[in-house]
Design a protein around this ligand. Structure first.
Ligand code: ZN
Length: 161
């Protein structure tokens, strides 16, 4: 298991638009594995490559509450979104804080997996929120830009993304 250092808000890597992955290399495979390890170790539900300093369009997400159900999204594209959900959101790049963000309640995306096989995926509620949050990171956007009202402090147990 290899953990990568998570960049904290203010780091310039978190403000850049990431580049598409053209092919899966051993180095990128290792990155995906390290991102999963780092996300699970930090207790997050998602992690985007720029959060570990790599400006590539790769995110990992796992919103399952029992066991592991990792999703690896390479070059994800939003196809459809509908509905609305308003709720608490946090980020591993801004530990100890959270804010209220409104996101679509349902999304449909297209992406490639770690073997560069294209797939489509539909998601609702927390998983849809996590997908939107992580895809924002690929555009250099932190969730704080969407926060309604003020950020507030949370204890580690209350943190989610
Ligand atoms: Zn985040």
């Amino acid at each position: 298991m290899a953990l990568r250092q998570i960049r904290i808000m203010g780091d310039e890597k978190l403000e850049k638009v990431c580049r598409p992955v053209k092919e899966m290399t051993p180095k990128l495979r290792q990155l995906v594995q390290d991102m999963l390890d780092t996300m699970y170790d930090a207790g997050g539900v998602g992690l985007a490559a720029p959060q570990v300093g790599i400006l590539k369009r790769i995110v990992v997400i796992d919103t399952s509450t029992e066991g592991k159900d990792p999703h690896v999204l390479v070059n994800p594209v939003l196809l459809e979104s509908s509905g609305e959900q308003t709720g608490q959101e946090g980020c591993l790049s801004l530990p100890g804080q959270a804010g209220i963000v409104t996101r679509p309640n349902h999304v449909k995306i297209k992406a490639y997996d770690e073997n560069m096989q294209e797939f489509e995926m539909e998601a609702e509620e927390l998983l849809a929120r996590a997908i939107c949050h992580e895809m924002d990171h690929l555009e250099g956007i932190m969730y704080v830009r969407h926060v309604e009202g003020e950020l507030f402090e949370v204890t580690p147990e209350e943190e989610e993304a």
